[in-house]
Ligand binder design. Structure first.
Ligand SMILES: NC(=O)c1ccc[n+]([C@@H]2O[C@H](COP(=O)([O-])OP(=O)(O)OC[C@H]3O[C@@H](n4cnc5c(N)ncnc54)[C@H](O)[C@@H]3O)[C@@H](O)[C@H]2O)c1
Length: 447
């Protein structure tokens, strides 16, 4: 027998009257908030970064692919951003999209989730739905999030676990974000949304909530199953990228072109999905998420060997790039020490404005350590300051005098670049992405 709290919330969701809170207005949370606004839900965004809150409330944007017109439209539909957690009490559904990085010891850093849970708890109300979207290891929702919500709320509220309604329950689910930044071929709402509820009512509510903005909702049996689904997807990518990275190294030794081979293999209509080699992994997901599982696996006396091996191969790729630059310069009777190197593209992948974990950062640091004078160009980054693991303080240079560089190193193959022209004007181009495909020149070294 469904509880009154359940029925009330379900009706509110179906009539688009449920107030949606999105906590963490970054690359995941802000676009999600906009999707709910498009579907006429009343939406409030929460973030502890007051600069983001102010920017949004003034109609500005800090994410390249989100136009200020989208934010202004959102504001005209009633959207506001706030850093005041007390406003959560007014909300019906609370979706958490905060970061889940690794700490310095390569272990899960759940501090953003625990801080968010601790901030939500005193404002929790019976009948609310709380959904975690942040990528994390199986068990986080049940073993980390819910205990904090239950312990620190003021009304003795408990997460609904399928028993009789007490009138003091809230609903909890996990639903991973599966966005592919920069992918313009699949609309966000066409990416099926996986949902795992703590009990059937939570699953039903989360499915209704996401069913309002996504074309398909895929229900799994528990939050942990949904957490694991996301990790499987990212580990699959991580391991396959490592595989092609390793095969690329072999192909280079054998004088074969891995890109030609991947293209040919991709013509098989079944059983093969192409992955592409590169200068190393980047982004908030693929280099990070697999290690959430390796860490958790140790609790079960289990070693995730594929993940660790893939990590080893992928982490070595920037070093391979440096070796390739040294070799290419050596062929031209030059040393890397003292050479002028232009790094082309610093985002972790093409056509996006995200620098997190980008291999370009490691490559720049390694080049500098070897004594090179390094410049960079990236249309998405006028300046590179400092982050958790780097402090570069570099300004984007223009492409007006490419001949001055001993080496132009293509790290990110943004579509905006005219590669033909770059090759023509440069003394040497080292290409880590096959961006110069089809261009014939002795100045190109593909690595
Ligand atoms: N970026 C992606 O493409 C992507 C794709 C799939 C999954 N994910 C996952 O989604 C989650 C969020 O990633 P993101 O890329 O949006 O991160 P992000 O860093 O862009 O955004 C996170 C936001 O959360 C805010 N925040 C941190 N602590 C907070 C708190 N206690 N209360 C309120 N706000 C807080 C930050 O200020 C920031 O604005 C991560 O777990 C990530 O692994 C990201």
């Amino acid at each position: 027998m469904p509880s009154g709290l359940f029925t009330e919330l379900k009706e509110k969701i179906q009539s688009r009257q449920s107030k949606v809170a999105v906590i963490g207005l970054g690359y995941v949370g802000l676009p999600l908030a906009l999707l709910y606004i498009d579907q006429k839900f009343p939406v409030t965004g929460f973030d502890i970064d007051r600069r983001k809150v102010d920017t949004l409330n003034q109609g500005g944007s800090y994410i390249y692919r989100i136009e200020t017109t989208d934010i202004k439209h959102a504001l005209s539909c009633g959207f506001t951003a706030t850093a005041e957690y007390s406003r959560l009490t007014e909300m019906d559904a609370v979706i958490i999209c905060v970061p889940t990085p690794l700490n310095d010891y390569h272990e899960p850093d759940l501090s953003y989730i625990t801080a968010t849970a601790a901030a939500i708890a005193p404002n929790l109300r019976a009948g609310q739905l709380v959904v975690l979207e942040s990528t994390t290891y199986p068990g986080t929702t049940e073993d980390v999030l819910i205990p904090i919500l239950e312990k620190k709320n003021r009304g003795g509220l408990k997460a609904a676990r399928g028993g009789e309604s007490t009138g003091h329950e809230f609903f909890v689910a996990f639903s991973p974000e599966r966005e592919d930044p920069g992918n313009t071929t699949v609309a966000r709402r066409d990416i099926p949304k996986v949902v795992g509820g703590l009990d059937p009512q939570a699953a039903e509510l989360a499915a209704a909530l996401y069913g309002s903005i996504f074309n398909r909702v895929v229900r799994v049996s528990s939050p942990a199953a949904a957490e694991m689904t996301k990790l499987l997807e990212n580990i699959y990518r991580c391991v396959n990228i490592a595989l092609v990275n390793e095969l690329k190294l072999l192909c280079l030794r054998m004088g074969l072109d891995i890109w030609e081979i991947i293209d040919a293999a991709s013509t098989k209509p079944f059983g093969f999905h192409p992955f592409y080699p590169g200068p190393g992994l980047g982004g908030h997901c693929i280099p990070v998420d697999p290690f959430y599982l390796s860490w958790k696996a140790k609790e079960y006396d289990f070693r995730t060997k594929f993940i660790e091996l893939a990590g080893e191969v992928n982490v070595a790729m920037p070093y391979h790039v440096i070796a390739a630059v040294i070799h290419a310069l050596n062929q031209r009777k030059k040393a890397l020490n003292g050479a002028r190197v232009l790094v082309l593209g610093v985002a972790y992948k093409k056509d996006i404005d995200d620098l997190r974990e980008s291999p370009a950062l490691t490559i720049i640091e390694l080049l500098q350590k070897e004594g090179a004078t390094v410049s960079y160009n990236d249309p998405y980054f006028p300046f590179i300051g400092h982050g958790r693991k780097y402090d570069l303080q570099m300004k984007c240079t223009d492409l007006s005098n490419l001949a001055q560089y001993d080496c132009v190193l293509i790290v990110t193959d943004h579509s905006d670049y005219d590669y033909q022209q770059i090759v023509q004007q440069s003394q040497l181009v080292v290409d880590t992405r096959n961006a110069t495909k089809g261009i014939q020149s002795e100045n190109i070294v593909r690595c």
